[in-house]
Design a binder for this molecule. Structure first.
Ligand SMILES: Nc1ncnc2c1ncn2[C@@H]1O[C@H](COP(=O)(O)OP(=O)(O)O)[C@@H](O)[C@H]1O
Ligand SMILES: [Mg+2]
Length: 362
């Protein structure tokens, strides 16, 4: 059982604490993505799991065994990096089998495992080539082959696709997902790219400055971010944010954004509290003029085929609105818009934390 459990894991670099006591339980076979901006501690955390970095405090379990003091090669884990560092003078087959040779696997077993990995990765025809004769994507496959042949109980990936161009990145993403389906091994995948995290993982863990801000299935993070940072980090284009004030009155409660008033049945905060109202591009939709919350006009539009993204000023903010590709658009066109009440998020301006709301009017 390759469950991986982090119990109050801390990392200090001299006087600086990079990881502040992280708790995380990863199930056997689960695919977890660690995502966050550069410098938030993703690689440090992963390297501690791999055994490449000492753990300053807390306990790391693989299965039910504490492995803080176990050497990397005895952890039964394989790691794939961004820099795949293949040996240039060796063939693809020898590169894939090198780790096995070091472990004194018999030649026939080695050959069988190389063939099996090559088949999984669809690189059987490349086995006699040298790294210089491969494309970036093919090299990345060889690096994965090197990990697969060891048949580890867990895989760790540190931004493995960052050096590839956009098209290849999408292809390799599908490839990694397919391999996980095939092998079913526990996987921790580190990336700064939220799209990669959402599309690959069963569970996404969002890190900021050495702390977990939120974790959950991709759509849970998208639909219910618990703070403003997560709300803006997840989703592309970014969630629109408007400055507002909560108003309680005899007639009910609403969020006031400039001239705009959006009523709710309940908002769990006092009168006069400053808030950020978040609305994703698909939560603001065109409507007939009479039903509009705001009247604005199209400043810029981008027809993407699947949707048309429109930029329009709402309450002083240049907001992005997602329209269906059939909607006729032109620059300067009048655009009556309605906020989809079921898709709005409120965050405290002071703390950035989510404020609970109940829909409807009283
Ligand atoms: N060897 C080191 N010595 C001192 N500080 C380090 C070292 N490695 C990383 N750090 C610091 O720890 C923090 C987390 O770094 P890292 O884990 O590489 O972030 P990420 O992978 O999320 O970009 C950063 O502030 C970084 O400067
Ligand atoms: Mg890193």
């Amino acid at each position: 059982m390759a469950t991986i459990t982090l119990d109050k894991i801390v990392k200090n670099y001299g006087a600086v604490q990079a990881i502040h006591g992280i708790d995380l339980e990863i199930e056997d076979g689960e695919f977890v993505a660690l995502v966050g901006p550069s410098g938030c501690g993703k690689s440090t955390l992963l390297r501690m799991v791999a055994g490449l970095e000492d753990i300053s405090d807390g306990r790391l379990y693989i299965g039910d065994k504490v492995v803080n003091a176990v050497e990397p090669r005895d952890r039964d884990i394989a790691m794939v990096f961004q820099d795949y560092a293949l040996y240039p003078h060796m063939t693809v087959a020898d590169n894939i089998g090198f780790g096995l040779k070091m472990r004194k696997t018999t030649q026939s077993d080695r050959k069988a495992r190389i063939a099996e990995a090559a088949q999984m990765l669809q690189i059987e025809n490349l086995l006699d080539r040298r790294p210089a004769e491969l494309s970036g994507g093919q090299r990345q496959r060889v690096a994965m082959g090197r990990a697969i042949v060891r048949r580890p109980s867990a895989f760790l990936f540190d931004e493995p696709l960052s050096n590839l161009d956009a098209k290849l990145r999408v292809e390799m993403r599908t490839e990694i997902k397919r391999l996980h389906g095939l092998l079913g091994r526990t996987t921790i995948y580190v990336t700064h790219d939220q799209v990669e995290a959402l599309t690959l993982a069963d569970r996404v863990v969002i890190l900021k400055e050495g702390r977990i801000l939120q974790e959950g299935p991709p759509l849970a993070l998208y639909d219910t971010p618990t703070n403003r940072f997560v709300a803006e980090f997840i989703g592309s284009p970014q969630m629109n944010m408007f400055d507002g004030t909560v108003r309680h009155s005899e007639t009910g409660v609403c969020v006031e954004i400039g001239d705009l008033r959006l009523p709710f049945a309940r908002i769990d905060t006092a009168d006069g509290v400053r808030v950020h109202l978040g609305a994703r591009p698909e939560a603001i939709t065109p409507c007939v003029p009479d039903a509009a919350d705001v009247h604005t006009h199209v400043e810029v539009y981008e027809p993407l085929g699947s949707d048309t993204m429109v930029s329009a000023k709402i309450a002083g903010v240049m907001a992005v609105v997602r329209l269906s590709p059939e909607t006729p658009v032109a620059r300067g066109m009048d655009l009556p818009l309605r906020f989809d009440r079921s898709k709005l998020h409120l965050f405290s301006t002071k703390t950035g934390e989510r404020i609970k709301t109940v829909l409807g009017t009283v």
